[in-house]
Design a binder for this molecule. Structure first.
Ligand code: TXA
Ligand code: MG
Length: 351
């Protein structure tokens, strides 16, 4: 791996792109201080310009993980106002699957911030990403390594599928542990809004709340619960995203029959994705109507489903079904992040 990292560093220093493993999803990385290199990310992904990118940074040495000064040194090139809340969250969750939106420092490229006054920063946990960042010595701008609107890659193989025919170096760090993108928390409007979660992920609202409270971070006196109309652009907030090409729909357990498209034909092939319980009504329906189904049983733990979700959606796309019926997820907040991705995948599916 060390030799491959040396090669990746050469590519990055020369203004090229390298796909890198992180614990969430694979990223398509470029030197965050090189405008031409950053431009290549947009053209390669087919991503509209103006969508901001996350800057990935190295962690402090292990003795300094809880030192305010060590984190400040790492953030200083990117962030102009390093608040107590930012330090509390960095110390609690970095390296890890959290992106923090903060007021940007003067020299951060506008291609990276999408012309906004804020910048998204993440210190990833994956050892390959960390070794690369430590040896690179700067920040790496990296969106998920998928074509715009499509499913994020959770293995090196997925990245190769996304950019087949393009000579992009891929560092293979194995399958991603978390499997869905980082939680994004906006701290840039703290005085009006305290913190706002722009994208749910493995770091939950409760975990953020607890970390701020444990660090005795002073909350703003008057929090407005109205988000500005002028919200920052987040492509992860588009209603259609992370989408398979096969038409997909959600159905509540026991109601597969009423959710199936009305013109459904006996010859059609359905991928039936469900939890391994409460199936009697749906099973009976499938049997009596002789519906041509392939069943996929999904895990009952939200973290485990998050880890597998994107690989499953890719596999379903390759298996060529006429539709995917996906059992609705439980209403509990612990499913919020994976429910968010699944909902967007449904809206964007079938195109
Ligand atoms: O887990 C992740 O966050 C992965 C890995 C590679 O780190 N990255 C990722 O990047 O998901 P991307 O570009 O696919 O999604 C990042 C999201 C986008 O929706 C972008 O609009 C938003 O973060 N974002 C970045 N900077 C922002 C900013 N300054 N203000 C608001 N949103 C921002
Ligand atoms: Mg993405």
């Amino acid at each position: 791996m060390s030799d491959l990292i040396a090669k990746a560093l050469e590519v990055l220093h020369a203004g090229g792109l390298v796909a890198i493993p992180t614990e969430t999803v694979y990223g398509l990385a470029a030197d965050a201080n090189n405008p031409e290199a950053v431009e290549k990310i947009f053209t390669t992904k087919g991503r509209p310009s103006g969508h901001p990118l996350i800057v990935h940074i190295a962690k402090p040495s292990s003795d300094d993980l809880l030192s305010d000064d060590a984190w400040k040194d790492l953030l200083l090139p990117w962030v102009r106002d390093i608040s107590p809340a930012a330090l509390a969250l960095a110390k609690a969750f970095w390296p890890g699957p959290l992106t923090i939106i903060l007021p940007k420092a003067k020299n951060v490229l506008s291609q990276v911030t999408g012309g906004q006054d804020t910048v998204g920063i993440r210190c990833p946990h994956h050892p390959v990403a960390q070794e690369l960042l430590a040896r690179f010595g700067g920040g790496l701008a990296a969106p998920s390594a998928n074509r715009f609107g499509r499913i994020s890659p959770t293995s090196a193989e997925h990245v190769r599928e996304e950019f087949a025919g393009q000579a992009i170096m891929v560092l293979d760090g194995g399958p991603c542990e978390v499997g869905i993108e980082s939680t994004i928390v906006d701290l840039s409007r703290w005085d009006q809004l305290a913190y706002v979660i722009l994208r749910p992920g493995a770091i939950s609202d409760d975990m953020i709340k607890a970390a701020l409270s444990q660090a005795h971070v002073k909350m703003p006196t008057q929090v407005s619960h109205q988000l500005d109309v002028d919200q920052p652009r987040v492509s992860g907030s588009l209603s259609a995203h992370y989408a398979p090409k096969t038409k997909m729909f959600l159905y509540p357990a026991g109601q597969l029959s009423s959710a199936l498209p009305s013109q459904w034909h006996a010859k059609n092939k359905l991928a039936w994705v469900h939890f391994d319980f409460n199936q009697t009504v749906d099973s009976d329906y499938v049997k009596t109507q002789k519906i041509n189904v392939v069943e996929k049983i999904i895990p009952t733990q939200p973290g485990e489903l998050a880890r597998q979700l994107y690989a499953l959606l890719r596999q379903l796309d390759q298996e060529n079904y006429d539709a995917i019926a996906f059992e609705d997820l439980p209403a509990d907040v612990s499913w919020d992040a994976v429910r968010d991705r699944l909902g967007r995948a449904v809206v964007g599916s079938g195109f």
